[in-house]
Design a protein around this ligand. Structure first.
Ligand code: FES
Ligand code: FE2
Length: 415
């Protein structure tokens, strides 16, 4: 349970709020590269951290992210003309470049230098792994871009997808830090009732790391073996789906990096970056996005009760919600809490130990920033580590072994 002011502090992402300022110190996914597929293609609306923006790809292929409303009198630049290396407002022809400079004000007298006095809202962008990342914080504080495993993969080995959740980012990402729910929410085989008895109540640990936190869940398999699952929370709101504890990819092994990006206080954009050693085929790409429609909306969503099937719930799966991607079942659990979960009404137990640690870590990060210190995982030259071995892992160990042994396959530095 949190006090009301703490809940507000952690869930509010607008500009000039403590968490909003924290979020603005990191590179955040703003859209998929495929949404602006070619130079001079139509611009797209983007809402990020409560701000309405427009993304466009200019004639040279550079992506710009501008305030949606024209600096002149506020017409939406979404309707603008994208040509000649700039985005032009359709009302009086003011033209902007990707850096927010006003290039033309054709309705002003020819000798006017009005345009030089105006700078429109424009956030720097980087295109990596099929995702356009934006930095919305103070220019002087702009960090380096962290070098994760996917940073150097080529686009054939990557398949990013996204979907919007109608709830606050924190309750959404808390699901990735809550190992206990997997035995219930994601139990798609009720026949295997031994599973619930065996691993319904794991023993839990949490530890702070340089990049955020790691949660550890340990389950007893039998008298001789334990099953270990670790989950990494990467600041400000990223996570990694647990996979085998190997440094290299196995041929068919798909890893998933997740970004839970606040659209505003009540909506979250989930980006899942699937990656694999072997290139993805077109059919595989199709299948990895078969749970969303052409507008990136989940086919199973709150408006249709997630297509829950009560007969399936009785006979086949714990939820009765079929899932191509587990995020569909998670979506039901987290959206149905209400758009901003009221954490003053919770009853937290042992199984929430890692969530409690996570909230504490985030509150400390917010306080650190308020005191002028860099929060965790702001990358500068001085701490520019190699994060390519940063993973969440799962695997079986002999009973009595230290859970850390599960990460030995990763080598000495996991970031
Ligand atoms: S409102 Fe955009 S140019 Fe006038
Ligand atoms: Fe889940």
């Amino acid at each position: 349970m949190l006090a009301q002011n703490e809940n507000q502090l952690l869930t509010g992402v607008a500009a000039r709020t403590p968490m909003g300022e924290l979020m603005r110190r990191y590179w955040l996914p703003a859209l998929l590269a495929e949404e602006v597929p070619e130079p001079d293609c139509p611009p797209v609306r983007v809402r990020l951290l409560g701000e309405d923006l427009v993304a466009f790809r200019n004639s040279q292929g550079r992506v710009g992210l501008l305030g949606e409303h024209c600096a002149h009198r506020g017409t939406s630049l979404f309707y603008g003309r994208n040509e000649g290396c700039g985005l032009t407002c359709i009302y009086h022809g003011w033209k902007y470049d990707v850096d927010g400079n006003v290039l033309e004000t054709p309705a002003e007298p020819p000798n006017s230098d009005f345009k030089r006095k105006i700078r429109h809202i424009a956030y720097p962008c980087k295109e990596v792994a099929g995702i356009i990342f934006a930095y919305m914080g103070p220019a002087l504080n702009q960090p380096l871009f962290p070098r994760y495993e996917w940073f150097n993969l080529n686009i054939e080995q990557l398949c990013p997808v996204k979907s919007c959740l109608e709830c606050n980012y924190l309750q959404a990402i808390e699901g990735d830090f809550d190992s206990a729910h997997t035995s219930f929410l994601h139990n798609n085989n009720l026949q295997n009732s031994a599973r619930l008895k065996r691993d319904g109540a794991p023993s839990l640990e949490a530890e702070d790391t340089a990049y955020g936190m790691r949660a550890i869940a340990i389950r007893k398999v039998d008298a001789d073996r334990i099953y270990v699952r670790t989950s990494s929370y990467i600041m400000p709101s990223f996570s990694i789906v647990p996979g085998p504890p190997t440094e290299q990819f196995d041929e068919d092994d798909i890893r998933g990096f997740r970004f839970w990006v606040p659209i505003d206080d009540r909506n979250t954009q989930l980006y899942i970056l699937n990656m694999r050693k072997k290139p993805f085929t077109a059919a595989e790409r199709q299948s990895l996005r078969s749970w969303i429609d052409a507008d990136y909306r989940r086919i199973r969503n709150a408006a249709n009760n997630y297509l829950q099937d009560r007969e399936q719930q009785r006979t086949i799966s714990y939820t009765g919600i079929a899932a191509v991607n587990p995020a569909e079942q998670d979506g039901c659990a987290t959206e149905s809490m209400g758009t901003i979960c009221d954490r003053t009404k919770e009853h937290l137990g042992y199984s929430d130990k890692t969530i409690i640690a996570l909230r504490k870590m985030l509150l400390k990060a917010v306080n650190d920033l308020a005191e002028g210190k860099d929060p965790p995982h702001i990358i500068r030259e001085s701490n520019n580590a190699d994060f390519s071995r940063l993973r969440s892992v799962k695997g079986v160990l002999r009973a009595g072994r230290d859970w850390r042994e599960i990460m030995e396959g990763l080598g000495p530095n996991d970031g």
